[in-house]
Design a protein around this ligand. Structure first.
Ligand code: NAD
Ligand code: ZN
Length: 271
C-alpha cells in the first residue's frame, strides 16, 4: 500500500495528465524476463561484450556455430514465453484514459504493444522486427516465424552452411535496395535510432510528469532524459524495487514492484 503522502502527490500531479513514462528492464521482470543485471539472466551465461555486439556474434558463428544456435534459442525462448504483466497493462490503461501521452522504453520485448499501449517509443529497437541495413525499411518478425526459425536452427545445428541458409531466410535481402535485413535491436556500441530519440525529446518538451519505471538509469542517452524533462518543468516520479541513479533527483520515489504499484495507482485514479 502506498503511504498517504505518496498517494496524495500522485493524485495531484497525475490529474493534470500530460504524463510520459520511461521503462527499463524492471517493468518486464514480473513477466519472466530477467533484468540486465538480474539473477538467472541471459548475460550470466553469455558475455554481453561478445554476444551483445554484431562483431561478437559473427565471430562466434565462425568459431563455434552451435554456440550461436544456443544463444539465439535462449535469447528468444524467454521473450516468446513472456506475457504482459499488470505493470504493462496499467500503463496501457493510463494511456487509454488520457493520462499518459507516450511510453518510451529501453526494452526490446514488445510487451507494451502486447498490453495495448499505442504510443511506444523504442530506444533500443524490438526483437520481433528486422531492419534493412541499407534503406532502414522495417518488417515485423512474427512470433510464429521466430518459432519456426528456432526449430530450423536446431535441426541444422551441425552444418554451418545450412545454418547460414536458415539465417539468410529470416534476414533476407531487401527488395527495395538489395541490402540485407538484420534484427532491429541496438547492440552494444551502436547508436540509437535517431528518429525515436527525437520523438522522445519532443514529447518531453511539454510533459507535466515524467514517470520512470524499472530502470537503473545508467545507460546513456536514456539516462539523460529525466534531467531534460525536469529542466522543462516536469515532476519526476520513479518506481523501482531499489534506489537508482535517479532517486536523488526525483520529486517522488516509490520503492516497490511495478506490477503492484501501477495497478494501485490506476485504481485510486478511479480508472
Ligand atoms: P537494468 O537491468 O539495468 O535495471 C533494471 C532496474 O529495474 C533495476 O534498477 C531494478 O532495481 C529494477 N527492477 C527490477 N525488478 C523490478 C520490478 N518488479 N519493479 C520495478 N523495478 C524493478 O535495466 P535497464 O535500465 O532497462 O537497462 C538494461 C538494458 O538491457 C536496456 O537497455 C535494455 O535494452 C536491455 N534489456 C532489455 C530487456 C527487455 O527487453 N525486457 C531485458 C533485459 C535487458
Ligand atoms: Zn533496403
Amino acid at each position: 500500500m502506498l503511504d498517504k503522502k505518496v498517494s496524495d502527490f500522485i493524485k495531484k500531479s497525475f490529474r493534470k495528465g500530460n504524463i510520459v513514462c520511461l521503462t527499463g528492464a524492471g517493468v518486464s521482470g514480473e513477466s519472466g524476463i530477467p533484468t540486465f543485471r538480474g539473477k538467472n539472466g541471459l548475460w550470466e551465461s553469455y558475455d554481453p561484450e561478445v554476444y551483445a555486439t554484431m562483431e561478437g556474434l559473427i565471430s562466434i558463428f565462425r568459431a563455434d556455430p552451435q554456440k550461436l544456435v544456443d544463444f539465439v534459442s535462449d535469447f528468444y525462448t524467454v521473450l516468446l514465453n513472456a506475457r504482459p504483466n499488470p505493470a504493462h497493462i496499467s500503463l496501457a490503461a493510463l494511456e487509454k484514459t488520457g493520462f499518459l501521452n507516450a511510453t518510451i522504453t529501453q526494452n526490446i520485448d514488445n510487451l507494451h504493444q502486447a498490453a495495448g499501449t499505442r504510443s511506444v517509443i523504442e530506444l533500443h529497437g524490438n526483437s520481433f522486427r528486422i531492419r534493412c541495413v541499407g534503406c532502414q525499411r522495417k518488417i515485423s518478425l512474427e512470433k510464429d516465424r521466430v518459432k519456426e526459425m528456432l526449430k530450423l536452427l536446431e535441426k541444422n545445428r551441425d552444418s554451418r552452411i545450412k545454418l547460414l541458409k536458415v539465417l539468410s531466410r529470416y534476414c533476407p535481402r531487401c527488395s527495395n535496395c538489395g541490402s540485407r535485413y538484420r534484427i532491429d535491436i541496438v547492440f552494444f556500441g551502436e547508436t540509437l535510432p535517431q528518429d525515436e530519440l527525437v520523438r522522445a525529446y519532443k514529447i518531453l518538451d511539454n510533459c507535466e510528469v515524467f514517470l520512470v519505471v524499472g530502470s537503473s538509469l545508467v545507460i546513456y542517452p536514456a539516462a539523460a532524459l529525466p534531467l531534460y524533462a525536469k529542466e522543462r518543468g516536469a515532476q519526476l516520479v520513479e518506481i523501482n524495487t531499489e534506489p537508482s541513479a535517479l532517486t536523488d533527483m526525483c520529486n517522488c520515489s516509490i520503492i516497490g514492484k511495478a506490477g503492484e504499484i501501477l495497478p494501485e495507482i490506476v485504481s485510486f485514479l478511479s480508472i
